[in-house]
Design a protein around this ligand. Sequence first.
Ligand SMILES: Nc1ncnc2c1ncn2[C@@H]1O[C@H](COP(=O)(O)OP(=O)(O)O)[C@@H](O)[C@H]1O
Ligand SMILES: [Mg+2]
Length: 386
Amino acid sequence: MPAAARAEPSTMIAAPATLGLLGGGQLGRFFVQAAHELGYSVWVLDPDPASPAGRIADRHLVAAYDDRVALDALATGCAAVTTEFENVPAPSLEYLARSVRVRPSAAAVAVCQDRIAEKTFLRDQHLPHGTFAVIRSEQDLATAPPNVFPGILKVARFGYDGKGQARIATRDDALAAWHKLGREACVLEALLPLDCEVSVVLARDAAGGAACFPVAENSHRHGILDVSIVPARISATLAESARQCALRIAAALDYVGTLGVEFFVSRGALYVNEMAPRPHNSGHYTLDACATSQYEQQVRALCGVPLGNPAQTSPAVMVNLLGELWSAGEPQWSNLLARPGLKLHLYGKHEARPGRKMGHFTVLGPDLAQVIESAMAARAAIGIRD
Ligand SMILES: Nc1ncnc2c1ncn2[C@@H]1O[C@H](COP(=O)(O)OP(=O)(O)O)[C@@H](O)[C@H]1O
Ligand SMILES: [Mg+2]
């Protein structure tokens, strides 16, 4: 265990310090790029030797997230550590926090990585959320209140992109689905009729100052984010309540860093769906359409330097590029690159599995309706089918 803490919670970590990152996915890759832009070095811990962030990091520690030798190396070599991945074990963050600055805290990450803790937190904080029941046994299913049917059974831990979930109509369905999900601890949520889904990304600093990005309107295909439209086409009042809700969540978690909050809009009302203790896929648009990106904010919050301006400089539509697009080889990028106002981002992943996030593009322009139209035309031109 390294002996001394390198930085007090309030001190500013100035470039050219070295920052540590747990997780090496695309969210981490953009963090590394933002940190490099501000003059920092980054060490990435990720067990995958080909991880997108690891490949551009100053040092890539290829080891498990609970590998004490690798964690000690991070704690010794880095001035502060953050994460891009909510399933990083909370004990690893706690271990690191004994000797190095860790933001967001293990406690905040722990709430976001377990649906039972998350829903309980929302209930305790009187934040708007859908009806749910905690399922740990057949008995819990037998006594779940009738208003959670029809519903969605979700494993409490390690679910993502619609994985570890089953839609169920009846109590009998739920029982069968629970066995299929491996009898793990779950939440059973009432199925809400959705008007739309929106998200808020914000950054919060250690003194409690926060900067909220505009609200994104998200549509999903097969449980995976497909398109984000920003600003969301919802009323100004609803958008403001979503931002206020996200700020309340961040304050209640004493959150430091970039936080993503997903919401359902159902019959005109807002419900928190889930939180991500990291930058969010729906915040990719901030790279091209905001004065400061969500990744730069993560660097700033981690280092205790002033947060940047989150203002949106242009309407934007982001489209995810998933692995199935590669089924007939590398897509024809000239179909996208020829389009004015389109920014393409590829993550350098070599293996294109169906559903794997390989890249995204963002279309910018002065008029949102036209930006939506050209993003949808680009999406069709590259071969994404509805
Ligand atoms: N209670 C619900 N009512 C209606 N739709 C839901 C509900 N829960 C999830 N969904 C749909 O499934 C998607 C994925 O669920 P989510 O809980 O966000 O899991 P993930 O961690 O996979 O993103 C949501 O974005 C939404 O489209
Ligand atoms: Mg989600």
